[in-house]
Design a protein around this ligand. Structure first.
Ligand SMILES: C[S@@+](CC[C@H](N)C(=O)[O-])C[C@H]1O[C@@H](n2cnc3c(N)ncnc32)[C@H](O)[C@@H]1O
Length: 297
């Protein structure tokens, strides 16, 4: 997409966000109310080890708050040089200029790989243009968005809240949407389980669309219902109902073709590991690129 088309998208951002959007020179701009900034950073569980990148950083409030309140580091980018200067001045005033920096840069030309948290308040179309890049980031990277989603990539958390002082919209309400970049967990996972005096072979087949899993399992070759199978980043949590043992939970982190973690049976924790014998591509990896709606005025 051309720089011009992207600038149209940026313009559309403010136009569609609302007629009362503050126009900060040639790059339109709408602020996230501070209570919503706080809720977004809380939802993403931002802490001192985090590196926050704000795409379209406005006056810098997202990264400045992350640095001042949560001890994080990071940077923001914005096309508008005056907003970038304002954000850097605000960071100096807040005493966090060493940890919160702002650059005049196109977000599409920005390397996102240092981020542990990405914050956005952009149009859904712009979010979609970024989606493939975000999904290619390190699994476990957290993403939090004000008001707009990522097409068919459903958020892990979504809620609405009061947004007093919001300069756009009718009801002074905002949505917060939160995702964790999913690992590639799909495939056939196998392990053994000791029960009733012998070892049992467990096979778990996982299919994956974004972070949503479809699962089936066998115990010694016979179908076994899966009570639940969920993932977040590189972590997998599975609950099986095993004959003689009852509900057993298995939780692990993926490293290459192994899952390492612990199992809990009858309240007793013990180490657990599984091996992947077959890899299946997640459905979303092969999905066609999202359709971008043309901007027609
Ligand atoms: C809705 S405002 C959000 C500002 C700030 N993040 C906040 O939440 O208060 C969107 C910002 O994105 C910037 N923007 C839009 N398209 C951009 C692009 N391609 N690269 C960098 N910044 C962009 C605009 O200049 C504007 O400041």
């Amino acid at each position: 997409m051309s720089r011009f088309a992207r600038r149209c998208a940026a313009l559309l951002c403010a136009v569609s966000i609302g007629a009362t959007a503050q126009d900060f020179g040639d790059t339109p701009y709408v602020q996230t109310p501070q209570v919503v900034v706080d809720a977004m950073l809380e939802t993403a569980n931002v802490g001192r080890n985090d590196y926050v990148i704000d795409l379209g950083s406005g006056d810098g409030r997202m990264v400045i708050t992350a640095a001042r309140q949560y001890g994080a580091r990071g940077f923001g980018v914005d096309l508008d040089k005056r907003l970038v200067a304002l954000a850097n001045a605000n960071a100096r005033k807040a005493g966090v200029a060493d940890r919160a920096r702002f650059y005049a840069r196109d977000l599409f030309a920005t390397d996102l790989s240092p981020a542990s948290v990405i914050t956005i308040y952009l149009l859904p179309e712009v979010n979609l243009m970024n989606r493939a890049r975000i999904l290619a980031l390190k699994p476990g990277t957290r993403v939090v968005s004000h008001d707009y989603g990522m097409g068919d990539w459903q958020p892990d958390v979504e809620f609405e809240m009061d947004a007093p002082g919001k300069s756009v919209g009718r009801n002074q309400r905002s949505k917060v949407l939160y995702w964790v970049v999913p690992d590639r967990m799909a495939g056939r996972w196998v392990w053994t389980f000791a029960g009733e005096g012998r070892k049992h072979a467990i096979e778990l087949l996982l299919r994956q669309n974004y972070q949503k899993l479809e699962s089936s399992a066998t115990l010694d070759g016979r179908a076994l219902p899966v009570e639940s199978a969920t993932m977040s980043g590189t972590r997998l949590d599975v609950v099986l109902n095993l004959p003689g043992a009852g509900r057993v939970s298995f939780s692990g982190t993926r490293i290459n073709q192994a899952l390492d973690g612990e199992m809990v049976a009858a309240g007793v924790k013990s180490p657990w590991s599984a091996v992947r014998t077959e890899i299946i591509d997640p459905v979303h990896v092969n999905a066609p690129p999202p359709v971008i709606r043309e901007f027609v005025q």
